[in-house]
Ligand binder design. Structure first.
Ligand code: RB5
Length: 151
């Protein structure tokens, strides 16, 4: 399974630890869009690269910054991205099941490495429930994104 991953300096260490975790698990091809050192960088550029990879290749992504918030805000501006900033197991699971989230965002200054691994595992292995109300609501999000939403 191919995964796009990225972080700014605030999420750099967490990204590195998640990469190691996924390598140890095996079965994942992790493509790292940076940053590649703890030096300060702007998170929007990383969010854009991972967002583009996720939507163009129809894969899942992982993004980390200090809080997980800025990078999720930026990623959600890429058409087709549904990025969810999570710091608990329930949200990481249900954002796949109900929102068909395609990027998991986490804060390197918020969650520890152990919890992050749990969030990553459940996010990557949980399927969208599909059908009915969940798909309808996602279609509404897409309509807002496309400027075609009818109130
Ligand atoms: C960088 O210091 C920090 O602002 C960034 O990583 C992130 O937390 C923004 O939302």
């Amino acid at each position: 399974m191919k995964i796009a991953i990225g972080a700014d300096h605030g999420g750099f260490e967490l990204k590195e630890s998640i990469k190691k975790h996924l390598e140890e698990l095996g079965g994942y091809e992790v493509v790292d869009y940076g940053t590649y050192s703890p030096e300060s960088v702007d998170y929007a550029a990383i969010a854009y690269k991972v967002g583009k990879a996720v939507t163009s290749e129809n894969i899942l992504g992982i993004l980390c910054c200090g809080t997980g918030i800025g990078i999720s805000m930026a990623a959600n501006k890429v058409k087709g991205v549904r990025a969810a900033c999570c710091s608990d197991y329930f949200s990481a699971k249900f954002t796949r099941m109900h929102n068909d989230a395609n990027i998991l965002c986490m804060g390197g200054r918020v969650v520890g490495a152990g919890l992050a691994n749990e969030l990553v595992d459940v996010f990557l292995t949980t399927e969208f429930e599909g059908g009915g109300r969940h798909q309808r609501r996602i279609d509404q999000i897409t309509a807002i994104e496309n400027g075609t939403f009818v109130e």
